[in-house]
Design a binder for this molecule. Sequence first.
Ligand SMILES: [Zn+2]
Ligand SMILES: [Zn+2]
Length: 235
Amino acid sequence: MNILSLIFDQGCLLCGHDDNFSEKYGLCRHCASPLLFHEEKGERCRVCGRPLISEDSICMRCRNEKYGFNTNHCFWDYEGTAKTVIGLYKFKGQRRIGRFLALVVYRYLRKNVLDDVLLVPAPCSPARLKKTGFNHMEAVCRALKGMHRIPFADVLRRRRGRQLKKLNREERRQELGDKLYMKPRDACEFRIQAQGKHVVLIDDVFTTGSTASACAGILKQNGAESVDIITFAID
Ligand SMILES: [Zn+2]
Ligand SMILES: [Zn+2]
């Protein structure tokens, strides 16, 4: 690794190579391109985005589940480089990666002509907020607004609570209902902002979909007509 790249925070976080792309996005062009030009192989569930095995258009999990959102638009599987890059951002606070993630979202929105979008960042847990000092999905939305004027509404909040990982499906649903909320003033503003907009919740990793679903439910209670999800990776 190039020592200057460490000092000046310029080089690629994966290979150390320094080009104008890595200065801005934290990854050099070479390391970024498999993530930018990723093509889905095989058929995917049109609700959650998981690979279909022998099912037709909707996976077994989604057939048995009622979500608060319509579709999860997902870019990568949560493994290999995608997992490393998300980890560098989420756990190591490498903020340049946030700009890279914003670029990925922008390219997707443009390609799929998702017009009149109002982005909503998934809320950060109080513990993570304390640890890293910023809401990583809010920072991605902020970058999208700065670079491409895509509006966002940072309105969802999360209280402290039990770790979801340890709970079963029903406990999870209940816990999320208690934990996620919108402040009354944010709710008033959101109702106005969401009018005529395509509301899209943005989160890092899609696992069971229960958090995304609970967030979508709150957004709909507060005026969103329907909610789609964008996640960077599916686990
Ligand atoms: Zn690289
Ligand atoms: Zn599915």
